[in-house]
Write a protein that binds this ligand. Structure first.
Ligand SMILES: [Fe+2]
Ligand SMILES: [Fe+2]
Length: 271
């Protein structure tokens, strides 16, 4: 089985700035080194959007430095807190699609990973958080699905469904119908992975199974009602590990709570 690492909602800030007392840069480095120590044979690392908190070049530069010695290939995705132009300015080696969006089709064995760009902009505003897939991006998605060698995993920052977290439901993908219409023209989408919600959630939406991951730094508390999108909690950070094979298995690891080594496990079922 090939291994895929997922880190989402990094929210890098200007070096020295924190979120709820958490330094996003050091927390990401802590989580990534934990993951790569455990899984050095990782096939690919996906950074699933909200790479930065404000989309500033200085934030992307901090991310670039943090990724400079990562020994596995990686893919950067956009979220609502990103600025696509500043991202591309800082990472000129990234190939955008013809319309300038950051979408990618990546085949690992006969499984195709499709990473979508759900950032609604330009303009890139700090007070606007809904996701969108324009006609160009949906057309590109259709082509990528049509040419897939086997089953497909879709990676997208914004979920295209509600989860019951009322505040977050207001800022999901706003043209979900158009997105699912494209998926429904094929029968090869095996699973959808998302970020944005800062919480471990799984389920099935419009017939498609999905998994959503926590951030390495701050999380959304499980209060379904009356939760404003700016309200978060510094619960422990996490990353995702996806096993790609005949089946698709999705794990999450709260790396700040995790043991360093199997030798540290204690016997829970004594004779
Ligand atoms: Fe986020
Ligand atoms: Fe987000």
């Amino acid at each position: 089985m090939q291994k895929l690492l997922i880190f989402t909602d990094l929210h890098f800030r200007t070096p020295g700035e924190t979120i709820l007392g958490v330094d996003p840069e050091s927390r990401f480095k802590e989580g990534l080194s934990h993951a790569l120590r455990r899984y050095p044979d990782t096939a690919h690392l996906i950074l699933m959007g909200d790479l930065t908190n404000s989309g500033k070049v200085i934030e992307y530069e901090a991310l670039k430095a943090a990724l400079s010695e990562v020994p596995v290939p990686y893919t950067l995705m956009c979220g609502n807190h990103d600025n696509r132009l500043n991202l591309l300015e800082t990472f000129p080696e990234i190939e955008a699609i013809a319309t300038g969006h950051l979408q990618r089709a990546l085949d690992i064995g006969d499984i195709r990973l499709i990473t979508l760009d759900t950032l609604d902009g330009p303009p890139f505003r700090n007070d606007y958080h809904e996701g969108h897939l324009c006609a160009d991006r949906l057309s590109w998605l259709e082509t990528a699905l049509a040419s897939a060698p086997g089953k497909v995993i879709i990676c997208m920052h914004h979920p295209a469904w509600s989860t019951g977290l009322s505040g977050m439901d207001e800022i999901k993908l706003r043209n979900a119908d158009a997105f699912f219409e494209v998926l429904d023209r094929f029968n090869n989408v095996a699973h959808i992975l998302t970020g944005h919600l800062h919480r471990t959630i799984s389920g099935k939406a419009r017939g498609y199974s999905f998994s959503t991951f926590k951030s390495p730094n701050i999380q959304t508390p499980l209060f379904l009602e009356n939760l404003h999108i700016s309200q978060s909690t510094p619960e422990p950070g996490a990353y995702g590990l996806v096993l790609l094979g005949d089946d698709i298995i999705v794990h999450t690891e709260d790396f700040q709570l995790a043991l360093d080594d199997v030798e540290h496990c204690r016997e829970a079922l004594p004779d």
